[in-house]
Design a protein around this ligand. Sequence first.
Ligand SMILES: Cc1cc2nc3c(=O)[nH]c(=O)nc-3n(C[C@H](O)[C@H](O)[C@H](O)COP(=O)(O)O)c2cc1C
Length: 186
Amino acid sequence: MKKLAVIYHSAHGHTEHIASHIAQGAATVAGMEVHVLKASELTAAPEALLQYDGVLLGSPTYLGGVSGVFKSFMDATGKMWRTQQLKGKLAGGFTVSSLPAGDKQSTLMAMFTFCMQHGMVWAGNAIIPEQQSGVPYEEAANRLGSWSGMMAQAGHGAPSDDFAAGDVKTARLFGQGFAETLLRLR
Ligand SMILES: Cc1cc2nc3c(=O)[nH]c(=O)nc-3n(C[C@H](O)[C@H](O)[C@H](O)COP(=O)(O)O)c2cc1C
């Protein structure tokens, strides 16, 4: 069995909803044990990360970056950096924001840099946008066209589960793809 942690912060439930679908997608892969964890809880005990082979990081985009709560979690791992305790773990990232672009890319880049500093191995989101093969935009996997990580868009003030079907599909495929990559690593 490989162990995968889906670690997220979510103030209003959107990122939590996407994290849940990512975890469900990953759990469809035989041999994968998936845990969904709140970043705020790991901030107090980041050593809990050591038990995982892979980590998927999720934050809402706040002002073009990760949320303060998620940054606190990242900073809490600083003491693990010196001895590179997280080195070699497979990592990836996802973010939710309300605007079509919304500077989500900056959030993924912050996660990427964090993982590189820890010596982790980054996996992206290798899905060709399905609207290019005729699937309606709202239903298309990777409709937002993000390869460096997974992006989803939630309408401003919308209910936490109010996502385009394409974003939910993307989340599941992203989780599944990440888990399959993790299984291939020795
Ligand atoms: C402080 C703050 C900053 C935000 N900054 C952005 C932003 O830069 N781009 C954007 O598209 N949405 C931005 N948003 C909207 C959130 O990304 C959006 O509401 C998201 O769905 C929240 O996720 P959550 O429900 O998991 O907390 C911001 C929201 C807050 C509260």
